[in-house]
Design a protein around this ligand. Structure first.
Ligand code: PGA
Length: 255
């Protein structure tokens, strides 16, 4: 089974509309007008810039998506954005369960599960982010924490849905800190995740699902991370804000 790597930018709460458009244009220029055809490239701008980024990226082969959503089609949910609205903007993917959503905004596994399911209902590919905190890793609990996030976050999904989705393993201690999991630690967790998915949903689904690594991915470490057999892509925060750095990450060369 060959899995097409997915390199995704998570711009978080960065960039005005004009800054977002400029970065998207710069990225296209850096990539010579289109991404390499053996990998998928996705940009997740803040909601306010999705429409403008769409105009810049339409027809280029680079995809766009969202960083979050509320799991209802519409309704009295002041301040929220629905999967129906994201689909209308041509978003292909939506990140759910990012650790900043879990820890700053108190999102729990049940809400995250509703978001995963709502994404599928509206034809969006969910990127479910999971990952342990430093204290969990120090206590040897990293697999138990990730297993619980997977079990609860994926509740009610079919094997066919699992094969279509993306899991992003993002150890919380590596996000925005400059600390990266070693390629071996990343591989060990990715292998654990794929093994767990295989036991629950069957080997076919486990071999098809994309498992991205996230947490201080940079031009200097992406090649070694992508060389790991179970690392199928990267979810990039800080280094995705700069077109040149992100373009280098997109052009990773697994040794
Ligand atoms: P980082 O963020 O690359 O800045 O560590 C990754 C993420 O939070 O998705």
């Amino acid at each position: 089974m060959t899995r097409t790597p997915l390199i995704a930018a998570n711009w978080k709460m960065h960039k005005t509309v004009s800054e977002a458009v400029q970065t998207a244009r710069d990225l296209l220029e850096q990539l010579g007008g289109a991404p390499p055809d053996d990998r998928t490239v996705l940009i997740c701008p803040p909601f306010t810039a999705i429409m403008a980024v769409r105009e810049t990226l339409t027809g280029t082969g680079i995809l766009w998506g969202a960083q979050n959503m509320y799991p209802r089609a519409d309704g009295a949910f002041t301040g929220e954005i629905s999967p129906r609205m994201l689909a209308d903007l041509g978003c292909t993917h939506v990140i759910v369960g990012h650790s900043e959503r879990r820890h700053i905004f108190g999102e729990g596994n049940q809400l995250i599960n509703e978001k995963v399911r709502a994404a599928f209902e509206f034809g969006l590919v969910p990127i479910l982010a999971v990952g342990e905190r430093l204290e969990h890793r120090q206590a040897g609990l990293e697999e138990a924490v990730v297993e619980e996030q997977l079990a609860k976050g994926l509740m009610g999904l079919s094997a066919d849905q699992i094969r279509q989705m993306v899991i992003a393993y993002e150890p919380v201690w590596a996000i925005g800190t400059g600390e990266t999991a070693s390629p071996e630690d990343a591989q060990a967790m990715h292998r654990f995740i794929r093994g767990w998915l295989g036991a629950q949903y069957g080997e076919d689904a486990a071999q098809a699902v994309l498992i991205q690594y996230g947490g201080s991915v940079k031009p200097t470490n992406v090649d070694q991370l992508m060389a790991q057999p179970d690392v199928d892509g990267a979810l990039v925060g800080g280094a995705s804000l700069d077109a040149e750095q992100f373009a280098r990450i997109v052009r990773f060369q697994a040794p």
